[in-house]
Design a protein around this ligand. Structure first.
Ligand code: ZN
Length: 265
């Protein structure tokens, strides 16, 4: 999604040229060919598939909507399994006007319904807490603490983990402590990087390249590494500004800012 103007085919050619070793695949990028063909392409590319994005959106005002969401998450788990993605990132959902505690309990119910499918497929569901500015419509799970509480409530199954995206949690006064806790409990399953621009002109699609904003990326990266996380550091930038430039140039800028902000050598 970071290089949205590129097709999946183009990403698989361009990413290795810029030193990128893995890819998280968004489900819309699987459209237009069979899942077997997508899996073969990904396998032949040499890139490691990090996650499938995304499942979730469990809350709904009636039972049919919630059942449809559960079915869609089962499909996401199947797709992840088919393309060799070890995890599905969950944007948990919310319904504007519905009490947050209702949405939150529907999220717990939704995850509980699909956990056996995830476990059977060997796919891990990763709850991604979203910035509270999205609490009305995209996710009623807004902090690492809340995500951990959901894992606790569901019995801390192996098939459930947490995705940490700096864009969503950088402001949290408990961030360091919760990174340690999440990692200590073996739940830290993904680490997403970008930056927070001031002012942010679009709540969804104005993320900054690392170094363009105010997130202390080096510090947070140090905490994540210090907690023992050794998975991929995924650059995840949704930006109309960056999508409008040549994507090869953008990839060069990504590689340079990645090295400048979080790479160790
Ligand atoms: Zn993310």
């Amino acid at each position: 999604m970071t290089t949205r103007p590129l097709s999946l085919e183009e990403c698989l050619v361009e990413y290795p040229r810029h030193g990128v070793r893995g890819i998280t695949v968004w489900r819309n990028a699987l459209e237009g060919r069979t899942i077997t063909d997508s899996a073969r392409m990904l396998n032949e590319s040499g890139l490691e598939v990090v996650s499938l994005c995304r499942g979730g959106f469990f809350p709904g005002t009636d039972v049919q909507l919630r059942e449809r969401a559960v079915d869609d998450n089962r499909l996401a788990i199947e797709q992840a399994h088919a393309i060799g993605a070890p995890s599905v990132v969950l944007v948990c959902g919310a319904v504007p006007g519905q009490a947050l505690d209702v949405s939150r309990s529907q999220i717990v119910d939704g995850i509980a319904a699909v956990l056996p499918d995830a476990a059977a497929a060997g796919v891990r569901l990763l709850i991604e807490p979203l910035h509270p500015m999205y609490a009305d419509d995209r996710s009623a799970v807004n902090t690492l603490r809340q995500a951990n509480e959901i894992c606790d409530r569901l019995g801390s199954p192996m098939a459930l983990g947490i995705a940490l995206d700096v864009y969503h949690v950088w402001w949290d006064p408990e961030l360091r402590e919760m990174i340690d806790e999440t990692a200590r409990l073996g739940r830290l399953g993904a680490f997403h990087l970008c930056d927070w621009r001031t002012p942010t002109v679009d709540l969804l699609n104005d993320r900054g390249l690392m170094g363009e904003g105010c997130i202390p990326l080096g510090q947070i990266n140090g905490w994540v590494e210090g907690a023992g996380f050794c998975g991929f550091r995924e650059v995840e930038i949704f930006s109309h500004r960056w999508w409008s430039v040549d994507q090869g140039e953008f990839l060069k800028r990504i590689a340079a800012s990645y090295r400048a902000t979080v790479a160790e050598d």
